[in-house]
Write a protein that binds this ligand. Structure first.
Ligand code: KG4
Ligand code: ZN
Length: 404
């Protein structure tokens, strides 16, 4: 199923539910869940059948809105979700060739995320479920990211060896979970976390610091290919604070930290007098309409390219090293890696080669399901739907919701 990007400038002339119901239906109407995602800066709607087949997947990205600020502006995000949610849901239904009456349930991200952004999705889904008298399923966004990998495993008809160690690594999260399915229900135990910035946040901040675009991950990912990852010896990342003891005493926690690395990049920039070239690059990119990472290559000297490559190598090495250490410690039979940073090509290569070395299978989501999307929300809702785990009318946004 191809990912469809919905742009806000597209006129919302999509069919009403009754129009969609008249179109020929390429899908049977069993096991269809409409997923809705609005936790951060993407408004997503998707129809997934039986938690396994992505029938449609539509995303309205807000990158253009937030890019000038170098990060997500919560008020602007809420406003864009409000504008986009109706056309995005209609587009997802239209592409699936189904009407509202064909749906078996409506699933929505309840948290974690931005309060105002989450509320748009939750209230819309609640209203829809109530009006249609369909079950409403609340999904944890982090669980959604893990199910993006399970969708890929199902698409490849692979079974995932269990327990699996899941690294969820995105703009807001860097978490390790030991995950296992028993009798159709997934159970998660949080065994690792970041003590400060999430890895994606570090990519975004370093990109901004170097006068590159937003979100920073894809820019650094692309430019790093042209630099020497050994040029700046950042060294392994150590977490100085006392290791946190989980309530279950026997379970060690694996701690990540990326804010020190970000400061090291800043220090490098100061010591090597890079400020003026950074400002020149920022100004040149700001003049371009829809600037892409490739546009920045001619604006980066070797020193900058080496810095991006060395920063990325330090992040990737740390994520790979600690994840495999945790997998070993918990006797995990496989590893799954998901979240926006899982789109990073160096990260994928390193995880896969380390997995081959250690004979531990590593699975990623399809690239378009690595970043936020609603297909993963509909997929994660499936086992809950089967188990009758339905949300009540009290459902509300949970910005600090945790998993495991
Ligand atoms: O999962 P996601 O879409 O949203 C959150 O739940 O946070 O992840 C977005 C994050 C951003 O920080 C972005 O810079 C990062 O994922 N990202 C990447 C890449 N693509 C997106 N980081 C590194 N390399 C990439 N190719
Ligand atoms: Zn996410």
């Amino acid at each position: 199923m191809e990912l469809c990007l919905y742009h806000g400038d597209m006129p919302p002339t999509l069919p009403s539910s009754s129009d969609a119901a008249q179109t020929p239906k390429p899908v049977s109407s069993s096991g269809l869940i409409l997923g809705i995602e609005s936790s951060c800066d993407e408004t997503g709607a998707a129809v997934v059948r039986g938690g396994a087949e992505v029938v449609s997947n539509v995303i309205a990205s807000q990158i253009r809105t937030h890019a000038p600020y170098g990060g997500v502006v919560p008020e602007l995000a809420s406003r864009e979700h409000l504008q986009n949610i109706v056309p995005v849901v209609r587009a997802a239904l239209q592409q699936a060739g189904c009407g509202l009456e064909d749906l078996d349930a409506i699933a929505v991200t309840e948290g974690p995320g931005l309060a105002g952004a989450l509320l748009v999705g939750v209230m819309y889904a609640k209203g829809m479920a109530f009006a249609l008298q369909k079950p409403l399923i609340a999904v944890n966004h982090l669980e959604g990211h893990i199910h993006a990998v399970l969708l890929e495993a199902k698409r490849q008809q692979q079974s995932l060896a269990q327990p699996t160690l899941a690294l969820v690594v995105s703009g807001g999260h860097t978490h390790l979970y030991l995950a296992e399915e028993t009798n159709g229900t997934w159970h998660y135990k949080n065994v690792g976390r970041t003590v400060d910035d999430a890895a994606g946040e570090a990519f975004d901040k370093v990109s901004k610091l170097l006068g590159l675009g937003y979100p920073g991950g894809p820019w650094i990912d692309w430019l790093a290919q042209h630099g020497d990852p050994h040029a700046v010896p950042f060294g392994p990342i150590t977490v100085k604070q006392k290791p946190y003891r989980a309530p279950q005493k026997q379970s060690p926690r694996f701690l990540f930290s990326f804010s020190g690395l970000k400061t090291a990049v800043l220090r490098y920039v100061q010591v090597h007098d890079m400020k003026s070239s950074i400002e020149a690059r920022r100004t040149a990119l700001a003049k371009l309409v829809d600037a892409k990472p490739a546009d920045a290559l001619a604006l980066c000297d070797t020193e900058t390219l080496n810095l991006t490559a060395s920063f990325q190598r330090a992040v990737v090495d740390d994520l790979v090293r600690k994840t495999f250490k945790a997998a070993e410690s918990f006797h995990a039979a496989s590893i799954v890696v998901s979240g926006g940073v899982a789109a990073n090509r160096e990260l994928r290569q390193h995880f896969l080669s380390e997995g081959r070395k250690r004979r531990l299978p590593v699975t990623f989501p399809a690239l378009e399901l690595s970043t936020d999307n609603a297909a993963m929300i509909a997929a994660a809702a499936w086992p809950k739907f089967v188990a009758g785990d339905v949300a009540t009318h009290n459902l509300t946004a949970e910005p600090s919701l945790s998993l495991g």
